[in-house]
Each structure stands twice: as structure tokens, then as C-alpha cells.
Design a protein around this ligand. Structure first.
Ligand code: NAD
Length: 266
């Protein structure tokens, strides 16, 4: 018997096999969930479809989370096929390249606003649609990064978007708690993915994360998938409004002697 037998999970933000959303899809499927995938644009279909088919997905639907009609169509398809939704995963982020590098003070207003809209406000849009399909309760989760609470060079627009996403998580949790819908955010350590590649200096950040984390390890898509599985399941039944870290402990560190650690790691 699986932890998620009989549950339907809808995941936004799978672009390819390296996506964190795909790590989550695999973990939820492993424990018995019926998984529905949504991807941003048509040209991703050739990558997403074979992934979905490998875990028996019946529904894989294109939707831009900036487009109300396309989001409506995804939830309508889930309602028609399954009549309900138990788990919603928001694993979506977007910022223009120039908003992910350089001096923060020079950030273009339009670039910042679009990053916040697609990466954070979209969670409200998806949660509102999910609520109608969760009369018996459910679990909503999103993916954040600790650049929301500490300064990480070059994250710029995405750092502000993640701070917004974490606040949105709390406010949604407060609204939806009485309907037994939990809302949490997973704060993942740095992982090499398509989106992460857009951040200036990301390779150095990976090295830094590995040597300074208490566990001296990087985090994988599977590590995040297992935390998502916990949040999707009844094991997390009284947890809501939280930001939960899966980062080998990286976020707890204040000062570290980076030079010594780098030498040790060589
Ligand atoms: P990814 O590129 O695989 O996933 C990001 C997804 O967002 C892609 O599928 C992309 O198509 C989708 N997306 C972008 N704009 C969209 C739009 N308008 N409509 C619908 N979908 C859209 O990269 P990832 O690293 O797996 O990112 C997933 C989530 O994890 C993001 O929220 C990211 O910020 C977060 N995260 C990533 C890391 C990391 O180091 N990779 C660390 C912490 C948190």
C-alpha cells in the first residue's frame, strides 16, 4: 500500500528530466498518486510527454501560469477526468536573464514585476482554482530558495519573488486551513537545472553550497521529491504555512572559513 493511494496530484513546472518538479512527480507516483503534469509551452511537450508516460500520466497539459484561460483549462480537465484534486505542486519560476545578475539596485522594474507575477502571484491563481477541487482538504506546496531571507549575489529579482512566495504561502495557509487545505513551501538547496543555469555564477554557488553545508553534500531532485511526498501525504496533516528546508543544513550556517574548506575539498 502506498502513502498516496487514491490521491490525485497536479504538478506545474516540469520542463525536462532535471526539473525538481519531475523529482517530485516520481516520488508521488512511487507512493501511488495519480499524477497530472502541466508544462509551460508547446515546445516542451516532446520532453515532458515521454517522462509522463513513464509514470502512467493520463493528462499532460500545456499552460502558462500567466494565462487565466490556460490555467482554467488544466483544472477543468482534472475535474472532468478525476472529479477532485488532493495535491497541487507549484514548481514554477521565471525571470528575464538581466534580472538575475548585476547590481540589485539597477534591477528593471518590468523585469522584477514579471518575475514576481509568474514565480509567486501565480501560486494564488493556482490555489484559488485548486480549492474548488479539494472539498475534502488537500496539500498545496511550492518551491522556494533561501535567497528570500539572506543575500545571495545575482538572485536579485528571484530573491524578491521568493520572499513574496513565502509570504503568500502563509496567507494562503491562513485562508485555507479551515477547509483542511495545507499550504507549505519547500526551500531547496541549489540544484543544477534549466532555470538555475540562468543565474550568473551558479556553478560557484553549487561548490560553495557543497563545502559550507554541515552535511558537505548537494541536494538532489530525489531529496526534494521525498520531502514533497511527506507534505503531500497525511503524515504532514497538521503542518501548514511553513517553509521547510531540504538543503543539507546550508541555511543554518552564519560564518564559515570558506578558504580552508575549499582547500580541504580539493
Ligand atoms: P526548471 O527550469 O526545471 O523548472 C522551472 C519551471 O518553471 C519550468 O518547467 C518552466 O517551464 C516553468 N515556467 C516558467 N515560466 C512559466 C510560465 N509562465 N508558466 C508555466 N510554467 C512556467 O528549474 P527548477 O530548478 O526545477 O525550478 C523549479 C522550482 O524550484 C522553481 O520555483 C525554482 O525557483 C525552485 N528552486 C530551484 C532551486 C535550484 O537550485 N534549482 C533551488 C530552490 C528552489
Amino acid at each position: 500500500m502506498g502513502l498516496l493511494d487514491g490521491k490525485v496530484a497536479l504538478i506545474f513546472g516540469v520542463a525536462n528530466k532535471n526539473s525538481i518538479g519531475w523529482g517530485i512527480a516520481r516520488a508521488l507516483h512511487r507512493e501511488g498518486a495519480t499524477v497530472v503534469l502541466s508544462y509551460a509551452m508547446d515546445r516542451l511537450e516532446k520532453r515532458v510527454r515521454p517522462l509522463g508516460e513513464s509514470i502512467g500520466c493520463e493528462l499532460m497539459i500545456q499552460a502558462d501560469v500567466g494565462n487565466a484561460a490556460e490555467m482554467d483549462a488544466v483544472f477543468a480537465a482534472v475535474a472532468e477526468r478525476y472529479g477532485k484534486l488532493d495535491v497541487l505542486v507549484h514548481s514554477v519560476a521565471f525571470a528575464e536573464r538581466d534580472a538575475l545578475g548585476g547590481r540589485f539596485i539597477d534591477l528593471r522594474r518590468e523585469a522584477l514585476l514579471s518575475a514576481i507575477d509568474i514565480s509567486a502571484v501565480s501560486l494564488i491563481e493556482l490555489a484559488r482554482r485548486a480549492e474548488r477541487l479539494m472539498p475534502a482538504g488537500g496539500s498545496i506546496m511550492s518551491l522556494t530558495y533561501n535567497a528570500s531571507r539572506t543575500v545571495v549575489p545575482n538572485y536579485n529579482a528571484m530573491a524578491v519573488a521568493k520572499a513574496a512566495l513565502e509570504a503568500i504561502t502563509m496567507y494562503l495557509a491562513a485562508d485555507l486551513g479551515s477547509s483542511k487545505i495545507r499550504v507549505n513551501a519547500i526551500s531547496a538547496g541549489a540544484i543544477k537545472t534549466l532555470s538555475a543555469g540562468g543565474i550568473a555564477g551558479f556553478r560557484d554557488l553549487l561548490k560553495y553550497a557543497e563545502v559550507t553545508a554541515p552535511m558537505k553534500e548537494l541536494v538532489s531532485q530525489d531529496d526534494v521529491g521525498d520531502l514533497a511526498l511527506f507534505l503531500a501525504s497525511d503524515l504532514s496533516r497538521r503542518i501548514t504555512g511553513e517553509v521547510i528546508y531540504v538543503d543539507a543544513g546550508h541555511n543554518i550556517m552564519g560564518y564559515t572559513d570558506v578558504e580552508a574548506l575549499m582547500k580541504e575539498a580539493e
